[in-house]
Write a protein that binds this ligand. Structure first.
Ligand SMILES: [Zn+2]
Ligand SMILES: [Zn+2]
Length: 445
């Protein structure tokens, strides 16, 4: 019998015929619940995480490893994908494609130098990093810091020169720096010329980066690096660009769940139940596939009014929709003196704007709630003041989230993306173990 069935039978045994628990039974239930979720025992077995074997946290986590896929049952919904594709197409038309072609400032560096700086630093972007403008400054001061031979000789020096050695996990940073420098060195070309080793195929280069063990280039980092090189026109006439996925993250997953391009059979479980990140990894993978499906439909229906690759939906879906539109940015205020209320795009004001307008200066108001712009008839108040819309020319301005109607019909706005729990470090779960019969365990802030 599987662990979950055993546990449920145990609960059934304790309950017996009673419908309400006596205190003795309640104690037994709390103990079993705690042990099932959070206690290990000598022969519980191990699971592999980051190339090492760890004991399962509990029987639940053992069960979850084998069954998370069938329990969550994540699906891509084609009809919602089409609605989102249509909405993106309208944005493309309205903005002449500009909504999808945002590029970051390369701070005056030459294309080959942007490529070098980016390749050797994108893998250092975790738990604190340096903005590209800061890295460009370091490069201008002393470009020898970014030389592959120099990095190979002294990876710790490289991390130090970037000013990253005060941040956590230096060993990991040094390994990443070394491995990616060796990747370039092994091919005897500069980072900029790397693409020629792969016959201009960005997808092949991306896969080679991912296969470069311990270089810190996973799917997401490799995709973003390649995307940037193409978007910045550093690499031109490339092939395989359409195979690069959206960089999946909690913001793009959030939008996928709310619009219903991704569906799960139950709302996602808390990270406490997903300590080994099975759910997180699964959602991450399915999310990239779902956005690829959106792109396929969009490209099929409107081939001349579509972006060249799913990865180009990134900026708009992640930054504009995910971070600016799809959040509780519309604040509802109530006057502290009179019986009236108003809405505003900031929750930080204290003046009653109605009293002020009517000539009663200095009366105060209190923010009573914050809502998402797409859930309120006055949502335009917040959307028009978002960073993205503020910068648009008058004729391109939008007053509501382009996905509003899709979310309205999908009716799943409350769904939240998964969280991942840290493995190592002070609050990591490796410090959370407890043993059956001993009690205790868990995390301390
Ligand atoms: Zn007032
Ligand atoms: Zn919305």
């Amino acid at each position: 019998m599987d662990e979950l069935s055993t546990f449920c039978n145990e609960l059934k045994g304790i309950m017996g015929n009673s419908t309400e628990l006596s205190i003795e039974k309640a104690r037994k239930i709390v103990q079993s619940l705690n042990e099932f979720l959070y206690a290990r025992y000598p022969d519980i077995g191990t699971t592999n995480v980051l190339d090492a074997a760890y004991d399962y946290i509990s029987d639940f986590h053992k069960y979850w490893e084998r069954h998370y896929k069938e329990i969550l049952n994540v699906r891509i919904d084609d009809s919602n994908c089409e609605k989102v594709a249509d909405a993106l197409h309208l944005v493309f038309q309205k903005t002449n494609g500009h909504a999808f072609s945002q590029v970051w400032d390369t701070c005056g560096l030459r294309p080959e130098d942007v490529c070098r700086v980016r390749l050797f630093t994108a893998n250092q972007d975790f738990r604190g990093s340096r903005a590209f403008s800061e890295l460009a400054e370091i490069f201008r001061d002393d470009d020898t810091i970014f030389d592959e031979d120099k990095i190979i000789r002294d990876p710790a020096g490289f991390i130090n020169d970037l000013g990253l050695s005060d941040l956590s996990q230096n060993d990991k940073r040094e390994t990443y720096a070394l491995k990616i420098a060796e990747f370039v060195k092994a091919r005897n070309v500069s980072p900029y010329e790397l693409i020629s080793c792969f016959n201009n195929n960005v997808y092949d280069l991306r896969n080679a980066l991912i296969n470069c063990v311990s270089s810190g280039y996973g799917n997401k980092k490799a995709d973003m690096f390649v995307r940037d090189m193409v978007v910045l026109n550093i690499w031109t006439n490339v092939v395989g660009f359409e195979k690069i996925d959206v960089a999946s993250d909690v913001n793009t997953i959030k939008v996928a769940l709310k619009t219903g391009v991704l569906k799960t059979s139950i709302p996602l479980v808390s990270s406490f139940l997903d300590i080994f990140c099975y759910q997180y990894g699964y959602m991450d993978e399915m999310n990239a596939k779902a956005w690829r499906r959106v792109w396929e439909i969009w490209n099929e229906k409107f081939p001349t009014e579509c972006v060249q690759s799913p990865c180009l939906m990134d900026y708009f879906v992640y930054e504009v929709i995910g971070k600016q539109f799809c959040k509780e940015s519309l604040a509802v205020y109530k006057c502290d003196t009179y019986d009236h209320s108003f809405k505003w795009h900031s929750a930080r004001i204290s003046t009653c704007r109605i009293c002020h307008k009517e000539g009663r200066k200095g009366f105060t108001a209190t923010c009573i709630k914050k809502v998402m712009p797409c859930c309120d008839p006055d949502g335009a108040i917040a959307i028009l003041q978002s960073k993205y819309v503020l910068k648009l020319p008058q004729n391109e301005k939008m007053e509501e989230c382009p996905f509003k109607n899709v979310c309205d019909s999908n009716n799943a706005r409350n769904l939240q993306p998964p969280k991942s729990i840290s493995i190592l470090g002070q609050t990591g779960w490796t410090t959370a173990y407890s043993n059956k019969g001993c009690g205790g365990g868990g995390l301390m802030a």
